[in-house]
Write a protein of this length. Structure first.
Length: 138
């Protein structure tokens, strides 16, 4: 099946259909075999289509933010205030939950990313600690 590249499963189905056509030689059995093949193919097509659509949707809409603690003060950073954290809860989650990536919806992800970009640095200072804000997409 690998030999045919991405069309391998399709060719495999055609081979199975050809073998079935040889086995069922009279007209009544051919009609049954064709009907069974059509129903099977349509079912497989719908299942794989739905699976790929869901995978694409999840891939497109998956985003996360994390904020690992920096050991030394970076050259460029900006200071986060409590008001900033209230306005951008994804950053608050990332800072308070070290070692985890907070999943956010795509709109919140873009809004937070634009806020960080406007400030000019992905390194931030909150309290006495320095963090690097990381944006993750699938």
């Amino acid at each position: 099946v690998e030999y045919f590249g991405p069309f391998g499963p399709f060719f495999l189905l055609l081979i199975i259909f050809a073998i079935g056509s040889i086995i069922f030689k009279n007209d009544r059995h051919k009609k049954f075999a064709l009907t069974a093949f059509t129903i099977s193919f349509a079912t497989i097509f719908l299942i794989f289509g739905a699976t790929f659509a869901l995978a694409g949707y999840n891939h497109n809409n998956s985003a996360g933010i994390s904020a690992p603690l920096l050991q030394t003060a970076p050259d460029e950073f900006f200071v986060l205030t409590e008001q900033d954290l209230d306005e951008y809860p994804a950053i608050r989650y990332a800072i308070t939950n070290q070692g985890t990536t907070g999943e956010v919806d795509y709109d919140e992800y873009m809004r937070t990313k634009n806020f960080i970009r406007e400030r000019g640095s992905f390194a931030v200072k909150f309290g006495d600690e320095y963090y690097e804000i990381l944006f993750i997409t699938a």
